[in-house]
Design a protein around this ligand. Structure first.
Ligand code: ADP
Ligand code: LRH
Length: 482
């Protein structure tokens, strides 16, 4: 029969792609990019939202192209897997219609609801059950800002795409763990919290685990895309970070990871959550990973700081390519000013270079004026943030780590990779760039029986299929020379 291939839909906060994934024991996992499209928040109907209708049109376009490529190759698309950023949702009414374009987590409406939520259940109690880090935009705070939830269901963004493809309503568990309404120990909805907040028990559809089948494609989708009639949608780690961590090319257990894109997700993988007060105070999260693992991590500021600077500079008539900008930043000396990359002042889209200069001025340091200096400040600050966070993760879990894997778009940033090795004192292994899509494809391939095993076996297929870059910490380099 025709060789099996898998379609991955992976949409991050800055761009989306539809890829075809091929998996074999001999060559590991390999990806072919079929369709790419930009993503970003838009001002719409009095808020910062995602243009979901446009994103879904891009998904259909990508799947149509994927079907054509596979047909041309004599291959068979077995299934489609979907992952996107976490936390956000669309509200769907009884007829299945989306009531509005989904809000973005960068909208500030949930700022006002945090206290109201905490008056019902204290932050300590919330954490002891959900293990979720406090972020002003966690789903629970966003739902508290909804004026009316009568007769609607909240579908997290990947679940909303799966629903429009299959007609099936489910909530995938790794992403459910970012809502603030999910029990980190039982892996079920925290129904007592739903009740306490006056949320309907069925505000979210029932849970589905990565690897389980959501359904087959609706007739209209089959007709529009030309996908084979028996194509299924398989639940993957639908939280993009869950899929990325599943594809970290680690060949040992004591690894740390940084999933580097719009955000930097910095942490370790655990078998069980850490729910104590020290962990809460350090704002570590216990998000669910593929195969019931725990992604014990913190959201550290990410390349959003850089991409927003680029956007501002381009609007001011200064456009330099990203590699050129990073080269000029790398030419500057170490030891320049640093900011706290996690400051909520950087969350919303606005003039980022000005906000960074203001933050540097507040530290009493001389503020960087040239773009190269601003970029260097961002990179130094991120690397320092990673080192602090990894030290905290080691302290809070009582484990030590011997290597840092950087995956995602940011793994191409050589300056940041080297600074991370220097700041952590640990070797850094960078790649794959498309770890998220690889994790998405691997879970589908396992469901289809094309590969077997646990995360270790899946990760070995990433190692086989990817050229990785190695960075040695500066201190280690010096001592080996002396
Ligand atoms: P997300 O999934 O959050 O949308 P990605 O994982 O796609 O993010 O990473 C996007 C980021 O990768 C960009 O903001 C950019 O800073 C970085 N990046 C992309 N290409 C390069 C490159 N050639 N060199 C260095 N960094 C890059
Ligand atoms: C990264 C990510 C992250 C979440 C944020 C909302 O894309 O999913 O893990 O915290 O977006």
């Amino acid at each position: 029969s025709a060789p099996a291939v898998f379609a991955a839909v992976d949409i991050g906060a800055s761009s989306g792609r539809v890829m075809l994934g091929r998996v074999s024991t001999a060559s590991g996992v390999s990806l072919e990019t079929i369709h790419r499209f930009p993503n970003g928040v838009v001002e719409l109907d009095g808020g910062l939202r995602w243009d979901f209708d446009a994103l879904f049109a891009e998904v259909l376009k990508g799947l149509t192209a994927a079907a054509a490529v596979a047909r041309g190759n004599g291959e068979r698309i077995v299934s489609v897997g979907i992952d996107t950023w976490a936390v956000d949702y669309g509200l769907v009414d009884k007829t299945g219609a989306l009531t509005a374009q989904p809000y973005s987590y960068r909208d500030e409406r949930s700022r006002a609801t945090v206290e109201r939520v905490h008056a019902v259940i204290s932050p300590e109690k919330l954490y002891a059950t959900t293990g979720l880090q406090y972020l002003q935009f966690n789903t629970v705070y966003q739902l508290a800002a909804e004026p009316n939830l009568d007769g609607v269901q909240a579908l997290l963004i990947p679940d909303l795409i799966a629903f429009l493809l299959t007609g099936e309503r489910r909530t995938e568990a790794t992403n459910a763990s970012t809502t603030g309404l999910f029990d980190a120990v039982s892996g079920q909805w925290a129904t007592d919290f739903l009740d306490a907040f006056g949320l309907p028990r069925n505000i979210f559809p029932p849970l589905v685990q990565p690897g389980e089948t959501v359904g087959t494609l609706l007739p209209a989708v089959l007709e529009q895309t030309g996908l084979p009639a028996d194509t299924t949608v398989v639940a993957v780690g639908s939280h993009d970070t869950a899929s990325a961590v599943a594809a970290v090319p680690a060949d040992q257990e004591d690894f740390a990871y940084i999933s580097s894109g719009t955000w930097s997700l910095v942490g370790v993988e655990l078998d069980a959550p850490v729910l104590n007060e020290a962990s809460r105070k350090a704002n570590f999260t216990n998000e669910r990973g593929v195969d019931g693992t725990i992604r014990y991590l913190r959201n550290v500021g990410g390349l959003w700081l850089l991409s927003e600077c680029q956007r501002t500079w381009a609007a001011q008539g200064f456009s330099q390519s990203l590699p050129a900008l990073l080269d000029s930043a790398a030419a500057l000396p170490a030891g320049g000013p640093q900011i706290n990359a996690d400051d909520p002042a950087f969350t919303a889209p606005d003039n980022m270079p000005d906000r960074i200069r203001a933050a540097v001025r507040n530290t009493g340091a001389v503020f960087p004026d040239r773009p190269a200096a601003v970029v260097r400040c961002i990179m130094d600050s991120l690397a320092a943030g990673y080192a602090r966070t990894l030290a905290d993760a080691e302290r809070l879990t009582g484990r030590s780590t011997s290597v840092v894997h950087i995956v995602g778009g940011g793994s191409q940033n050589r300056l940041l990779c080297q600074l991370t090795a220097d700041a952590t004192g640990k070797p850094v292994i960078a790649g794959p760039v498309e770890a998220t899509a690889q994790g998405n494809v691997l879970v589908q391939a396992r469901t289809a029986g094309a590969v077997t095993g646990g995360l270790a076996e899946l990760r070995a297929l990433v190692v086989t299929g990817t050229a990785l870059e190695h960075y040695v910490p500066a201190a280690a380099l010096q001592s080996s020379r002396s």
